[in-house]
Design a protein around this ligand. Structure first.
Ligand SMILES: Cc1cc2nc3c(=O)[nH]c(=O)nc-3n(C[C@H](O)[C@H](O)[C@H](O)COP(=O)(O)OP(=O)(O)OC[C@H]3O[C@@H](n4cnc5c(N)ncnc54)[C@H](O)[C@@H]3O)c2cc1C
Length: 610
């Protein structure tokens, strides 16, 4: 394809205008009045990212002004839920700033529910506050739009550019417009990657007629990880995938049901079941099972084990709460705000939760750094509280100079959610502005050769199709190319069967992982032959390539950690116990951009909060 090339030179480029990206754009302008700030987003920032449809609750708010929680409390909470392993410096840093971000949302017009008695934000749980959140994303997008010099919608960023003057320094990014096909080159002094998490790397429960439905946003294609990995950034905790207990078939959220409606679960025979698995879990993880609240993965473990024991399905007991008309309304509204499809599924299956207790199931695994797990890039922490090994200059800067991250992109900060991701975007932007100012007049070198190389690679799937279609044998099938959907299904199947997905009850071991990695490497070769018949399919091709890199990273990390740290998220059959003696640490990986070889290492976990 002879695509035209559009150049944009700027100081700070934000890749992905979701929660982290909008926070980054807003804060970049605050500290960098005279800087040029550009956002490149693959959809449209008004309705992009995991929050696109709206949210019913902001899941991370301390409420320090009312003495509800302090940042230290949140670190303890996240650490407990992640079985001891988080970056406490990053978690504390996010928590100490998150309330101010939430206050900004209210100032910008987001409607909050208030407790009529206290006048405070209405709590759904200890950390969650309730909002009328249909317009959450357009509101933060507006703040970004007013702050950035330019927002490019519909740009799928495919690669980061590297400075050729100084090794290991970023120089911008390239991508293509998914509507016009134009090739976009952003030369930038600093890049903030906030391109979201990864769904559709493991085979989803929804296949066939439900294909495309997932719990995490289906458009979260692992770009934040792939872009950083391609550039040689170190990653952390990529094995720490998340599995969620959700309403069956619609993946509808359960948080408000447990916390606000006070519903509870039981097995198919109407019995409480979690206590059945107490001894079994204790034998695997020791005293972690006695922690309060019980870590999410261990509750999943009880659910998965009960179903395996033949007493499924698990039901959410809604019949009691739904007798109260107010709670019934809240129960339905909870879906209408963010997962309309769950209400539709229930309607289509004749499930009225007032009379029938709906089924719960566990989802396929996802990878993310902002929700309840902490996969992502290994980054430098804040100067005032990070230990030396966690600090190399600028807050939220990855191991590649000038490359920053926020939200799902960054590892170690679990339980940041929407508000924490926005806050991380602000923190990354503040540091990126300082980095750019410290560079003074220094410039980067990005040659035409580097740009042309990427341009050729980006459009290759269109070329593959153009040539290969001459050999179509039937419908769209040609021996010369692989369509993105075929590649996606092959990736999902491999991850599912070898790296611990639903069809193997989240079980894997060293042999399966080693074979899985071989198959992923073969896929990497085969994906050079992806064929895209139009720009839409070209986007799918690049999303798939990003998903593959994220998957390779997940598989490498899962092989490296020789223990079962999070039963209920995944199991290492050859190491079925948690092993604090050898594995109370964070795992790090780096893929050599030249050779494609992965190197693994351990990093210490510092407990900076008692
Ligand atoms: C189903 C669901 C329910 C949730 N519920 C809650 C809740 O109740 N409360 C709460 O506080 N949080 C909730 N969250 C979490 C919250 O949405 C995320 O924590 C937050 O959106 C993460 O921010 P982010 O910026 O990392 O990613 P996102 O907000 O997902 O933004 C990523 C952006 O990058 C763009 N992008 C991706 N790839 C590229 C590319 N290659 N080039 C350019 N742009 C790209 C995407 O289009 C998107 O705009 C929920 C998430 C999901 C999926």
């Amino acid at each position: 394809m002879r695509a035209k090339t559009v150049y944009e030179d700027c100081d700070i480029l934000v890749v992905g205008g979701g929660m982290g990206g909008t926070g980054a754009a807003y804060e970049s302008r605050y500290w960098g009045r005279d800087l040029k700030i550009v956002v490149a987003e693959k959809a449209n920032i008004d309705r992009s990212g995991a929050v696109a449809q709206g949210l019913y609750a902001i899941n991370c708010y301390m409420g320090t002004q009312w003495g509800e929680n302090n940042p230290e409390d949140h670190v303890r909470y996240a650490r407990n839920d992640l079985m001891g392993l988080v970056r406490e410096d990053l978690a504390f840093d996010m928590a100490r700033h998150v309330d101010s971000a939430v206050h900004k949302f209210e100032e910008w017009g987001l409607p909050f529910m208030r407790n009529p008695k206290t006048g405070r934000y209405q709590r759904e749980g200890k950390w969650q506050i309730m909002i009328h959140g249909e317009s959450y994303k357009p509101i933060v997008a507006d703040a970004a739009r007013k702050s950035a010099d330019k927002i490019y919608n519909r740009i799928m960023v495919t690669h980061l550019l590297m400075d050729e003057k100084k090794p290991n320094r970023v120089g911008g990014a390239v991508g293509f417009n998914v509507r016009t096909g134009a090739f976009h080159v952003f030369r930038a002094k600093a890049v903030i990657v906030s391109a979201g998490g990864a769904s559709h790397i493991f085979k989803p429960r929804s296949v066939g007629e439900g294909m495309g439905r997932t719990w995490y946003a289906p458009w979260s294609s692992g770009s934040a990880y792939a872009l950083s990995i391609q550039a040689g950034a170190k990653m952390t905790q990529m094995e720490n995938r998340i599995v969620l207990a959700r309403f069956k078939d619609g993946y509808g959220p359960v948080g408000a049901y447990f916390l606000h409606l006070k519903t509870y679960t039981q097995n198919a025979y109407g019995k409480e079941y979690e206590s059945n698995w107490y001894e079994d879990t204790k034998a695997m993880v020791g005293e972690y099972i006695d922690h309060h609240p019980v870590p999410t993965c261990l509750r999943n473990h009880a659910l998965i084990s009960e179903v395996k024991a033949g007493r499924g399905p698990i039901h959410m007991v809604t019949k009691e709460a739904f007798q109260d008309p107010h709670l019934e309304e809240v129960g339905w509204e909870n879906f209408l705000g963010m997962t309309v499809s769950q209400a539709v599924v229930w309607a289509s299956q004749d499930i009225d939760p007032k009379y029938i207790n709906p089924e719960l199931t566990t989802s396929e695994p996802y990878v993310m750094g902002s929700h309840a797990t902490c996969s992502g890039a290994w980054c430098s922490g804040p100067e005032d509280l990070s230990p030396d090994e966690y600090q190399w200059g600028y807050n939220r800067m990855m191991t590649v100079e000038g490359l920053f991250g926020a939200g799902d992109a960054i590892g170690g900060t679990a339980h940041a959610f929407s508000s924490g991701s926005f806050t991380e975007g602000r923190l990354a932007a503040k540091a990126a502005v300082k980095y750019v100012k410290d560079l003074r007049n220094e410039t980067m070198t990005v040659s035409d050769g580097q740009i042309d190389g990427f341009k050729k690679a980006v459009y290759k799937p269109l070329e593959n199709y153009k040539v290969g279609r001459n050999e179509i044998v039937s419908g769209t099938v040609s021996p010369s190319y692989l369509l993105p959907i075929q590649g996606l299904q092959r990736l999902e199947k491999t991850m599912d069967e070898y790296v611990g997905g639903i069809s193997v009850n989240y079980m894997t071991n060293d042999k399966l992982l080693a074979r899985g990695i071989e198959l992923l490497n073969i896929m990497e070769e085969d994906f050079e032959h992806l064929g895209a018949e139009d720009l839409h399919q070209l986007q799918r091709a690049w999303e798939l390539k990003h998903r593959l890199l994220a998957s390779q990273s997940v598989a490498q990390h899962t092989l490296y950690r020789e223990e079962t740290r999070w039963p209920g998220y995944y199991y290492r059959g050859d190491h079925m116990k948690l092993d604090d003696e050898n594995w109370h640490c964070l795992t790090l990986s780096r893929r050599d951009p030249e050779t494609g070889d992965w190197a693994m290492e351990k990093a210490p976990v510092y407990h900076i909060v008692d």
